[in-house]
Write a protein that binds this ligand. Structure first.
Ligand code: PGA
Length: 252
């Protein structure tokens, strides 16, 4: 059985106190929820990771990073390394979010290096990818997704996939209120599993959790999560309110 995951990407939101408060509220809200085979993840900003890890202690909430640099150290002003994250108890990192790709020029090549570092350090990646609106309109969405996966991930070995979570996030659905239909999500997730099977094998493809991201809300979560190849969600805006995030967790 594949692991289900509901992950909240807080982006550039929540200061130290707000982060702690949100985690405490969430802790309380899901205390009695049966999370069978389900992981609950939140991704605060770098400066609030350590205090968030502390706040999430003895709970079902995992705290992960939104990004990391591929180098272990060196002249990379403003960056954070894998070891620095591990030292404060962070074992998982989101890589390749479309906002990183668009606003910070993260390339497939840099992401491939980040993935390598994550695996070398024994960490886990939530690897994000997805097509732009123009790609979908020109019916290039499958080709774009395939090339993002190939260039960013397909250099890893079959055994490494146990440390990879995928997040398909059509860029046109992120923060826009627009969602891929459950059918569109399922179609793409099945396609993704298919190319992984082709490149590796059925075991790898069947095992990897593929999350959907892009305007998931309590109102649409259940339908999206009901699709056989959708194993959870990467949630932006709706992860900032405990009621909404809990609603999404309950929909899985
Ligand atoms: P959204 O963001 O839920 O606000 O659309 C999703 C994401 O960026 O992961």
């Amino acid at each position: 059985m594949r692991t289900k995951i509901v992950a909240g990407n807080w982006k550039l939101n929540n200061d130290k106190e707000e982060s702690k408060k949100l985690i405490k509220k969430l802790k309380k809200a899901i205390k009695d929820t049966k999370l069978k085979n389900t992981r609950v993840i939140v991704a605060p900003t770098f400066v609030n990771l350590a205090s968030s890890v502390k706040a999430a202690k003895k709970s079902k909430i995992e705290v992960v990073a939104q990004n990391m640099h591929q180098a272990s150290n060196g002249a990379f002003t403003g960056e954070v390394s894998a070891d620095m994250l591990k030292a404060i108890g962070v074992e998982t990192v989101i890589l390749g979010h479309s906002e990183r790709r668009t606003y910070f020029n993260e390339t497939d090549a840099a992401l491939a290096e980040k993935v390598t570092t994550v695996l070398e350090k024994g960490m886990e990646a939530i690897f994000c990818f997805g097509e732009l609106l123009e790609d979908r309109k020109s019916e290039n969405h499958f080709a774009v997704v395939e090339s993002q996966l190939k260039n960013g991930l397909f250099h890893i070995e079959a055994k490494d996939w146990k440390n990879i979570i995928l997040a398909y996030e059509p860029v046109w659905a992120i923060g826009t209120g627009e969602t891929a239909s459950p059918e569109q999500a399922q179609e793409m997730h099945a396609f993704i599993r298919g190319i992984i099977e082709k490149q590796y094998d059925k075991k790898v493809a069947d095992k990897v959790s593929i999350l959907y991201g892009g305007s998931v809300k309590p109102a649409n979560a259940e339908e999206i999560f009901s699709k056989p190849d959708v194993d959870g969600g990467l949630i932006g805006g709706a992860a900032l309110k405990v009621e909404d995030f809990t609603g999404i967790i309950n929909a899985i």
